[in-house]
Design a protein around this ligand. Structure first.
Ligand SMILES: C[S@@+](CC[C@H](N)C(=O)[O-])C[C@H]1O[C@@H](n2cnc3c(N)ncnc32)[C@H](O)[C@@H]1O
Length: 157
């Protein structure tokens, strides 16, 4: 099973780039992982958040394979424990899902069309993170989930 992360915009801070690179490297030990960074719409005083979400959303939808199982990351989504995420990943592996896609929105979030494409809306917390922070936290949780699945020492129960 392949895992693809689709996100909007680049990582602006070195400490986030380092963290994301580290967890992506760790995750790749367990499953083929790729990250697709899509162009961010310009924001500013005159920016229309709805239009930005729509334009970024069309780009995102264009990169989701029809057969993929899609997780949309949104603070209003369903909260899982790390064990719950591990069980979900394992379930997809056992069922033979070929591709999992996780989607993180840009600074203004995700359009309704993107949210509707989600098979699941996943929350990392009820608090809102920057899209860059959300990327790091998600990768750490995916890595943690893989270690739980393999019963490896990282997650201290
Ligand atoms: C700055 S947030 C966007 C907030 C925007 N006001 C909204 O209503 O969606 C940017 C992106 O980071 C992700 N994100 C931020 N906090 C999150 C959380 N607690 N759980 C899951 N995803 C989160 C989401 O994908 C979101 O679209």
């Amino acid at each position: 099973m392949k895992l693809k992360l689709i996100c909007v915009g680049k990582l602006s801070e070195a400490f986030l780039r380092d963290g994301v690179e580290e967890y992506a490297r760790r995750l790749q030990r367990y499953l083929p992982f790729s990250c697709l960074e899509l162009k961010e719409e310009k924001s500013g005083k005159k920016a229309d958040p709805r239009l930005i979400r729509e334009l970024e959303g069309e780009r995102i939808l264009g990169r989701i394979p029809p057969e993929a199982y899609v997780f949309i990351l949104d603070e209003r989504g369903k909260a899982l424990t790390s064990e719950g995420l591990a069980a979900l990943l394992e379930g997809h592996m056992v069922q033979g899902t070929t591709e999992l896609v996780a989607v993180i929105g840009g600074a203004y979030g995700l359009s309704d069309r993107v949210r509707q494409r989600g098979d699941m809306i996943l929350s990392l917390s009820a608090m809102t993170f920057t899209h860059q922070m959300a990327r790091l936290f998600l990768l750490e949780q995916l890595y943690r989930g893989c270690t739980i699945m393999r019963n490896e020492p990282y997650h201290n129960r």
